[in-house]
Design a protein around this ligand. Structure first.
Ligand code: SAM
Length: 278
């Protein structure tokens, strides 16, 4: 929580085009206090939170890293709420098997499913013996994830969060992300990827799947509010300093919205390589 708050103060201060001095002046405090908040050495007094949030043009919830209610009406929220059963089905993606082969579930390894949807993969990981956390922007997605986990007799730490606001403050062995990279605002990609990579344990892996732009593939028919696809190949570059276990590009047919269409996607499995494992 402290790291999330620190990152948010720094980010939203910059977005509000305020220096640390300028923010400090508006709050009648010293710039050293702002600097300490942004490095996580201290946290703001509770009484200051409303005025701090107001000065940064955001809500207190957003400052603390909780998603704001108005994002509740997204394409996927409606799709999950209105689906007969599970919109994406309940069978795990083939990516799960690759993850298991790269880092088998010994010693309750910790995995985070980013943009978990209705939880089919998260539940599969939990059933396989991993210690699973998962988040998504959709309330219905999270509810359905919890229900699926309950039915399978496993526990998942599932919670609602916006990928653009949420930052990791604890370490994982595996970061798993299928089909949500395009929701990250381009100006936040580097910061978010730095945060993710610095919270993966040595020898841990990232398994990421992202839709990518190709000149000969049209836009998907889903009317997602925020769609910032990566360029083909761009996903791999984030892991240039890790060991790339596998990277691939696919073009596939999809019928997810009842309209036949095609997607291009890139997939990467990268390891935070530790020489001592050689
Ligand atoms: C293509 S679906 C994939 C779902 C899941 N990973 C799966 O494979 O079944 C993309 C998911 O990203 C979620 N999503 C979209 N924007 C998001 C955001 N800003 N923060 C967190 N999740 C988001 C959607 O709610 C949706 O569940």
């Amino acid at each position: 929580m402290r790291d999330i708050l620190a990152g948010n103060i720094s980010r939203y201060r910059k977005e509000a085009k305020l220096t640390q001095d300028a923010l400090a002046e508006k709050l009648s405090i010293s710039y050293q206090a702002v600097s300490k908040w942004e490095t996580g050495q201290t946290i703001p007094d509770t009484m200051l939170l409303p005025i701090l949030a107001q000065t940064l043009n955001i809500s207190v919830d957003k400052l603390l890293g909780y998603p704001v209610g108005q994002e509740n009406d997204t394409y996927y929220e409606k799709a999950y709420k209105n689906a007969d059963g599970y919109y994406w089905g309940v069978n795990p993606s083939s990516m799960c098997l690759k993850v298991i082969s790269l880092l088998p579930p010994e010693n309750r390894l910790k995995i985070l499913d980013i943009g978990c949807g209705e939880g089919k993969d998260a539940v599969f990981f939990a059933r396989s013996g991993y210690d699973v956390s998962a988040f998504d922007l959709s309330d219905s997605g999270i509810e359905k994830t919890k229900r699926l986990a309950e039915k399978a007799g496993v526990h998942i730490n599932a919670f609602k969060a916006d990928i653009n606001d949420y930052r990791l403050d604890s370490h994982y062995d595996i970061l798993y992300q299928v089909g949500v990279f395009h929701a990250i605002k381009p100006e936040l990609r580097n910061e978010i990827m730095d945060n993710y990579k610095s919270h993966v344990n040595k020898n841990g892996i990232a398994a990421f799947f992202s839709f990518v732009e190709k000149p000969f593939i049209g836009m998907p028919p889903e009317e997602e509010e925020f769609f910032y696809p990566l360029k083909s190949g761009q996903l791999f570059t984030y892991f240039h300093d890790w060991k790339i276990e596998l990277c691939e590009e696919y073009i596939f047919d999809c019928n997810s919205s009842g309209i036949p269409h095609r997607h291009a996607y890139n997939m990467v499995y990268a390891r935070n390589f530790d020489e001592s494992f050689l």
